[in-house]
Write a protein that binds this ligand. Structure first.
Ligand SMILES: CC(=O)SCCNC(=O)CCNC(=O)[C@H](O)C(C)(C)COP(=O)(O)OP(=O)(O)OC[C@H]1O[C@@H](n2cnc3c(N)ncnc32)[C@H](O)[C@@H]1OP(=O)(O)O
Ligand SMILES: CC(C)C(=O)C(=O)O
Length: 597
């Protein structure tokens, strides 16, 4: 044997020198930062921008019906702040916003947000769209970073600041003019491209806007600090937020909001650190829709809180319904690895994961049962026992998923997964050594055919191996299996099986189709059955025997598992029958047939 370090990595040849480290372009130093040692103990205010940022980035923006379906979904989920569009962008956008008012679709406790640039005509149109809403927030934005000042606006700092200030004035004037007393009016300002701006300048613009709005008790202002394009690690963003939060005037009347995009794939982390750093509110979209790589995924954020024992203040108990509505509206699929909702996120294929999950479920069931025995109701006990499950950060049931897909079997699976699946779907509780034996059989199958073995296929493989001719309770999917096996049990009569008495057994077996009547005595039914077989020259030694009930009620079935030594081979047999005794005889026959196969 030789040991060595891995071979050194090689230069990529990619033009990385074209790029500058983020920290060389924007100063964010905050040596006495406090966010790293804070914890999130309650949900932030959520704003869904699915119908605005989420919609403006779709290949085909949503039509009115799809928008309405998403709006209703957001309301049902418990969102109290919903950005419904950019009404000045087009007649369609305007009409949709008006339709919400006309239809009375906006609950009194839901605040509608609408976005506008800082341009007089757009502002007027935007406010006109809000007439008659119970609660409306106008959201004004303009980019403030050096690149946008130079390239997009071709303006100096003062002009860019004045764009924000003038826009705020125009919003207030128009609101005064068109909104009645029946609308509770609010204001949000976003210094777009905040993450790339000099922090002192961002603060200066926000203060100038506040100078116009004059925040006070019952007159909050939402200051939303967007990572319009995510360009740095989340700790940098957290420092930026904490610095602004500490230095803002009127902090108690400011709702500090974050709006993260996901260009580096760390939008969720950045939003969470932003909240630790002082943000009160998070803007984002369900499943991370939004410009380019998307806005921060609100479902992930909310369920991250849930998984820490914090109420997310959003109802995600039917997560697949939420997903289906969003997929239909956006015409985009949620990928299978998406946190909490992807098709595969509660599924383990690999053996060691499955083994741990199976043990975890058994341990939890015992803990729940103990509470029930102490007098708790089942539902209460399920919640009282803390969720501590290997590889499953939350209970799939809590978001409306079943346990069926928790374990799926392929070539990476082991005995734990195979046993879990048979247990979950057929209620068979295989003894450990039988699990090992059967998982080798499944492994041979996956090595030969590849792919996944679903629950139905697994049951077929099991039945074909152990129950070829047996009457099994559920033959669905087994109808076409060819019966095989030299021996079959035809009938048995146990004439004495009292406590301490020897069992006297008369049994009929068929041997290659020939019926044979056998009788023998033994220290129990199984011993008598083995003795009966021995009388025909068949040597079977029972090494282990396990049985359990399969189901309750009149159709109750028992499963028996026997480990036998037959002509020098050690192997298991399985029997299923309404009678425990008959199931044990069938199990011996199963082992016998397998030995002779
Ligand atoms: C980060 C974000 O997601 S912001 C939201 C972005 N969403 C959208 O843009 C969707 C809706 N937008 C639209 O439908 C259109 O862009 C409209 C209706 C708003 C404007 O359309 P147009 O007038 O044709 O202009 P266009 O979009 O090309 O505007 C660019 C102009 O607006 C200016 N502008 C850009 N942002 C702002 C702003 N926040 N405030 C004021 N002016 C702005 C640009 O500097 C440019 O000015 P210029 O023509 O003098 O060079
Ligand atoms: C309008 C603002 C908040 C925005 O969408 C962004 O900066 O990404």
């Amino acid at each position: 044997m030789r040991t060595a370090r891995p071979a050194p990595q090689q230069p990529s040849g990619m033009p990385y020198v074209k790029y500058r480290p983020f920290l060389d372009t924007v100063a964010t130093d905050l040596p006495d930062r406090t966010w790293p040692s804070r914890r999130i103990t309650s949900a932030p205010r959520w704003l869904s921008t699915d119908l605005r940022d989420g919609n403006q980035s779709l290949i085909e923006p949503m039509g009115p019906e799809a928008k309405r379906a998403v709006f209703d979904l957001l309301v049902q989920m418990g969102f109290k702040e919903i950005e419904v569009g950019f009404p000045a962008a087009s007649q369609t956008d305007y009409d949709f916003v008006r339709s919400l008012v006309a239809d009375g679709a906006i609950p009194d406790d839901v605040t509608i947000s609408v976005l506008t640039q800082s341009r007089g005509d757009l502002i007027d149109r935007t406010l006109d769209a809000c007439v008659g809403m119970p609660r409306a927030t106008v959201h004004l934005y303009n980019a403030i970073s050096p690149l946008f000042r130079d390239v997009v606006f071709r303006m100096g700092r003062e002009e860019v600041r004045d764009l924000a200030v003038d826009g705020t004035r125009q919003v207030m004037a128009r609101a005064e003019k068109v909104l009645g007393e029946d609308t509770i009016f609010g204001y949000e300002y976003s210094p777009e491209i905040f993450m790339d701006a000099e922090r002192e300048f961002a603060l200066e613009v926000c203060e100038a806007v506040m100078g116009v709005w004059e925040p006070a008790e019952d007159r909050e202002i939402i200051l939303n600090l967007p990572a319009t394009v995510e360009r740095a690690t989340p700790n940098v963003y957290a420092d930026q937020i904490e610095w602004v939060s500490r230095n803002l005037s009127h902090r108690e009347h400011v709702c500090l909001s974050v709006h993260n995009h996901n260009d580096r794939g760390s939008g969720v982390a950045a939003a969470e650190l932003g909240v630790l750093a002082g943000a009160d509110r998070v803007e984002g979209c369900l499943f991370g829709h939004g410009e380019r790589t998307g806005n921060v995924d609100l479902v992930t954020l909310a369920l991250n809180l849930f998984s820490q024992g914090v109420d997310p203040m959003l109802d995600l108990s039917r997560i697949d319904e939420v997903r289906r509505t969003v997929e239909k509206a956006t015409q985009m699929n949620v990928p299978p690895r998406t946190p909490y909702v992807g098709e595969l996120v509660y599924t383990s294929f690999s053996g060691s994961h499955q083994d741990a999950i199976k043990k975890g479920f058994a341990a939890r069931a015992a803990q729940v049962q103990a509470r029930v025995e102490e007098g708790m109701g089942q539902d209460e006990a399920e919640v009282a026992v803390p969720w501590q499950m290997p590889y499953l950060p939350i209970d799939p049931h809590d978001v409306g998923r079943s346990y069926e897909a928790v374990v799926r079997v392929n070539s990476q699976s082991g005995k734990g997964g195979v046993a879990y699946l048979l247990g979950a779907t057929q209620r068979l509780d295989l003894p450990r050594r039988l699990q090992i034996e059967f998982s080798r059989i499944v492994q041979r199958h996956t090595d030969t055919y590849g792919g996944e073995v679903d629950a139905t296929s697994l049951w077929r493989i099991f039945a074909d191996e152990y129950l070829p001719a047996a009457a099994v309770p559920n033959r669905d999917g087994l109808e076409d299996l060819e019966p095989w096996g030299r021996y079959a049990l035809d009938g048995a009569t146990l004439t004495s099986a009292g406590e301490g008495e020897r069992s006297v057994l008369t049994v009929t077996v068929t041997d290659n189709g020939q019926r044979r009547l056998l009788s023998a005595e033994g220290n129990g039914p199984l011993d008598a059955f083995v003795a009966a077989l021995e009388s025909t020259g068949i040597q079977v030694r029972i090494l282990d025997y396990v049985e359990h009930a399969l189901s309750g009620g009149r159709d109750a079935q028992a499963a028996s598992y026997v480990e036998c030594e037959v002509e020098g081979q050690v192997l298991w047999g399985v029997g299923i029958d309404p009678s425990i005794t008959t199931s044990s005889f069938k199990a011996v026959i199963s082992a016998l047939n397998r030995a002779l196969r």
